[in-house]
Design a protein around this ligand. Structure first.
Ligand code: NAD
Length: 334
């Protein structure tokens, strides 16, 4: 008979989980629901986001009642990009619904970089503000790196500051801000799989700083065996076929097909692609993900829809991070 697997090394340490040896306990990686074709569970991100928003609202009220602190979120928008205007309006609305102090700074398209930096300095110093967000993309004459890195790491609720990125990759997340989209994805995955992914293969498609890379770090922190893939990956379908957990963050409609999916896999579809489709004889714009939902749902164990999956969780995680920032500033967390 083949020799048993070696025990985990005695020096193995994991910043997040003490259950390092669980990898040897997990016999079956994922529930397979028998051997017949399955219809995946639809992961309802919208319902989860609403539930989470209720908890945030309650905790916000408690923070105000017990400590006299109201979480404050400042959103800076530069220029007139219509999609950005919609996102910012939604963020402001959601912040107000949670009971936050919410301010919006709308700056003209041609504003000088120094003026933007001066506003961020002011917000960094303002005790009523716990979270600062500069809506991207920026007009071409502004330097995205200089501007995002000028936000104080302690108010960087988008998690784009190098201090927060560094803490995440080192596994020191007690007082770090995690970018909102991957933070929402990991909560949905934990609902399906528990908080320890030992023994599971996770494949992330896409290596952006906003989604793919932090997603990989979060999966690794939960003991998944992580493969990062991107546009230069050879045989992407072959790599994805090995995934117990698949996170697709590409921006290509229906890239991931049914025959790429491992039976029982849990799929998080981050993609948000607008495609034109004929509906009732009219050409309409439809939002679709990076995964062929109908096909994949015949094979996967669970999958997020687009819309109604990752999107609603992302905005709620921004509120989560802002509340957390307020609690951290009061010494209640960290
Ligand atoms: P990005 O353009 O910065 O990165 C895309 C990544 O996909 C790159 O790393 C690239 O290498 C990879 N890629 C491109 N073509 C590929 C291919 N054929 N095979 C494998 N990899 C390929 O995008 P992003 O900001 O990470 O966003 C990705 C998608 O997620 C977009 O559709 C975006 O709209 C969506 N998104 C959704 C939310 C949300 O809240 N739902 C948030 C952020 C991004």
């Amino acid at each position: 008979p083949p020799p048993p697997p070696p025990p985990p090394p005695a020096t193995y340490t994991n910043t997040e989980s003490s259950a390092a040896s669980d990898v040897y306990k997990r016999q079956t990686p994922l529930p397979t629901h028998g051997t017949t074709a399955m219809t995946a569970k639809r992961i309802d991100g919208k319902a989860k986001a609403e539930q989470l928003a209720e908890t945030i609202t309650e905790q916000t009220a408690a923070l105000l009642a017990e400590h006299g602190i109201k979480p404050g979120l400042a959103v800076v928008i530069i220029g007139e990009d219509p999609a950005s205007q919609v996102y910012v309006r939604n963020k402001k609305r959601r912040a107000e619904a949670c009971g936050f102090h919410s301010v919006q700074h709308s700056l003209p398209e041609d504003i000088a970089q120094d003026q933007v930096l001066a506003l961020i300095d002011e917000l960094n110093e303002d005790d009523a503000i716990h979270g600062i967000l500069v809506q991207l993309p920026l007009p071409g004459h502004l330097d995205e790196e200089t501007i995002t890195q000028s936000i104080s790491p302690g108010k960087d609720v988008d998690g784009f500051h190098y201090i927060n990125i560094g803490k995440l990759s080192a596994g020191h997340t007690a007082d770090a801000f995690i970018p909102c989209t991957p933070a929402g994805c990991i909560l949905m995955l934990e609902d399906e799989l528990g908080s320890d992914f030992s023994g599971l293969n996770a494949v992330v498609i896409g290596r952006s700083n906003i989604v793919g890379k932090p997603m990989g770090a979060l999966l690794l922190q939960r003991n998944a065996t992580v493969t990062m893939t991107h546009s230069r990956t050879r045989d992407l379908p072959g790599v994805v076929r090995n995934a117990d957990i698949l996170v697709a963050a590409v921006g290509q409609p229906n890239l991931v097909r049914k025959d790429w999916i491992k039976p029982g896999a849990v799929i998080i579809d981050v993609g948000m692609n607008r495609i034109e489709k004929e509906i009732d004889g009219e050409i309409k714009t439809k939002l679709t993900g990076d995964v062929d939902y109908d096909g994949a749902a015949e094979v996967a164990g669970a999958i997020t829809p687009v819309p109604g999956g990752v999107g609603p969780m992302t905005i709620t995680m921004l509120m989560f991070n802002t509340l957390r920032s307020a609690r951290l500033s009061a010494g209640l967390e960290g």
